[in-house]
Ligand binder design. Structure first.
Ligand code: QV4
Ligand code: CA
Length: 512
């Protein structure tokens, strides 16, 4: 009885760290800028059957329509109200998506923008995704309603009213992030409006929130809001289940604000992960894969049970928010697959896979002048639907990294090895590495410019396994490379440095 009580208490206070994934799933995917109707279909036809546990969706609330430049993706980070209508769809379509995804066991996490409304220079009128009126000059958002009384300007001491120095925590939290009207989150009235918005989403059935710009909010203000959130909808979740919270804090070190200040509220995005993994895979700054042996806390990352990890996100894949030359993206597909493969094989963190749309980059002095380009769109600027080709890739310029065989199969690998220890590490001192996950899975990389031929202990039971990178198990055969594990657990791996994908992964559910 005492133990039960303890478990209940521990469960309650750790709940917001748990993504509440179902049927053994371990990863979520960010379907950036997708329409709700396409996400609903994707949950049913692809995500649930392939072991994806959840979707991070783009902000669902009404936003400013920006026409100069023409409908940038980032207009969705300029809220006008908490009405559920955007280029991704209306409220009815949002509800239909949440219902259909939940019905097949795929969770929906909402990107919640609660730090600010639209930019101070956003003008006035009704040119918004729901047609609500607003006046940025007077800080008037009648569809919430918020008035000038609900914003922070009085507490900001910079001349511009914007954040000018990230070394000053007061500025970072009380001044405007790139000119965005900063909400006074200590006000009971403002908190109430935000809580009502998030609780409405919870009642519809969402499983948690990405808190946008968390660095720009006081941790105590966030807690005052999240502690008033309802439990998840019992139509799909056990009663008493708390919403999953992951906070967007970019902490690469050297600023006034650190990730650890947010651990009490939920998980935090670990931006060091993708930045450093990019350096390793690209072999920048003298990094090599052998150094990944103590990847995780050993690299100065936050504790495993607080981290939300990813190789790239919608900002840094295009040079926004801590973007840099090291970040791996679909533009460097071969390296990207290795990076995502490593992330999904390694036990650290809750993993998020990025799913993007294509745009034409235009670098001028190292800066992509096309970093603003919005999702694939029709001539009326409505978002194009995601079409599916015969080979299961996507059309209409949707990249669908999550459907790349290598990435999809590594999502399944992670589910298969869930809970298993990090074992049987091997490296050549350079850029050839291998490791296992108990007796359930094994992965090996050759990121050298020379070929590899090694026999290693895999920790797996004897048998013939399908490499899930060059192919996969289909029926009773492998469509790609086959690996034979001996009765002692050892196997020979040959990887050419010029292989299309210079890595091999085998696991218990891909055994013949
Ligand atoms: C411009 C001027 C300002 C001026 C302002 C006046 O640059 O000097 O004060 O007008 O109105 C866009 C434009 C930006 C413009 C601003 C306001 O790019 O030039 O300011 O709008 O009109 C996304 C984009 C931003 C975009 C914003 C709002 O990345 O470029 O700004 O949406 O549309 C930090 C933060 C981190 C943040 C990251 C990008 O710590 O929290 O920067 N990441 C999140 C999201 C991100 C989003 C926001 C936060 C804001 O992931 O996508 O910014 O919601 O590291
Ligand atoms: Ca703020």
């Amino acid at each position: 009885m005492k133990l039960l009580l303890l478990l209940v208490v521990v469960g309650l206070c750790t709940a917001q760290y748990n993504p509440n994934l179902k049927s053994g799933a371990t990863s979520i995917v960010h379907l950036f800028e997708w329409r709700w109707a396409d996400i609903a279909a994707e949950c049913e036809r692809y995500l649930a059957p392939n072991g994806f546990g959840g979707v991070q969706v783009s902000p669902p609330n009404e936003n400013l329509i920006i026409t100069s430049p023409n409908r940038p993706w980032y207009e969705r980070y300029q809220p006008i109200s908490y009405k559920l209508c955007t280029r991704s769809g209306n409220e009815q379509q949002f509800r239909d998506m949440v219902t259909r995804c939940n019905n097949v066991g795929v969770n929906i996490y909402v990107d919640a923008i609660i730090n600010h409304m639209c930019g101070a220079g956003g003008g006035s009128g009704t040119s918004t995704t729901c047609g609500s009126s607003y006046n940025a000059n007077n800080k008037d958002f009648p569809a919430v309603p918020y008035s000038y009384l609900d914003f922070n300007d009085g507490k900001c001491s910079t001349a511009s009213g914007n954040i000018e120095n990230y070394g000053d925590a007061n500025q970072v939290r009380n001044c405007r992030l790139v000119g965005l009207l900063d909400l006074a989150l200590e006000k009971e009235y403002v908190r109430g409006k935000i809580v009502a918005y998030l609780n409405n989403l919870l009642s519809i059935g969402v499983a948690g929130f990405r808190l946008d710009a968390a660095k720009h909010m006081w941790p105590g203000d966030i807690l005052a809001i999240t502690s008033r959130l309802n439990n998840l909808n019992t139509q799909w979740f056990a009663s008493g289940t708390r919403p999953f919270i992951f906070q967007e804090v970019i902490d690469l070190g050297g600023e006034a604000i650190s990730s650890s200040q947010y651990f009490g509220n939920g998980r935090v995005t670990e931006f060091k992960y993708g930045a450093k993994l990019g350096n390793v895979i690209r072999k920048l700054n003298g990094e090599r894969m052998a150094y990944l042996k103590n990847w995780g806390e050993g690299w100065g990352f936050m504790s495993n049970d607080r981290a939300l990890v990813f190789v790239d996100n919608h900002d840094n894949q295009r040079g926004h928010g801590a973007g840099g030359a090291s970040i791996l993206t679909f533009f460097d597909a071969r390296l990207y697959k290795m990076g995502v493969g490593f992330m999904l094989a390694h036990p650290y963190g809750v993993t998020r896979v990025m799913s993007s749309y294509r745009w034409t980059r235009n670098f001028v002095n190292g800066q992509d002048k096309n970093d603003w380009i919005g999702p694939p769109s029709n001539s009326d600027m409505s978002t194009k639907s995601v079409t599916i080709n015969a080979d299961s890739t996507c059309g209409n310029d949707w990249v669908c990294e999550h459907r790349w065989r290598q990435i999809k199969n590594m999502v399944i690998f992670r589910n298969t090895v869930n809970g298993q220890a990090f074992t049987n590490w091997w490296d050549n001192g350079g850029n050839q590495i291998a490791f296992g996950r108990g007796n359930r899975g094994f992965i090996i990389f050759n990121n050298e410019s020379f070929n590899m031929d090694v026999t290693l202990n895999t920790g797996l039971p004897a048998g013939t396994y399908c490499d899930v990178i060059s192919g996969q198990k289909e029926g009773t055969r492998c469509t790609g490379t086959q690996i034979t594990v001996s009765s002692t657990g050892s196997a020979r791996f040959i990887i050419s440095s010029s292989a299309a994908d210079p890595f091999i992964a085998i696991h218990a559910n891909a055994k013949l």
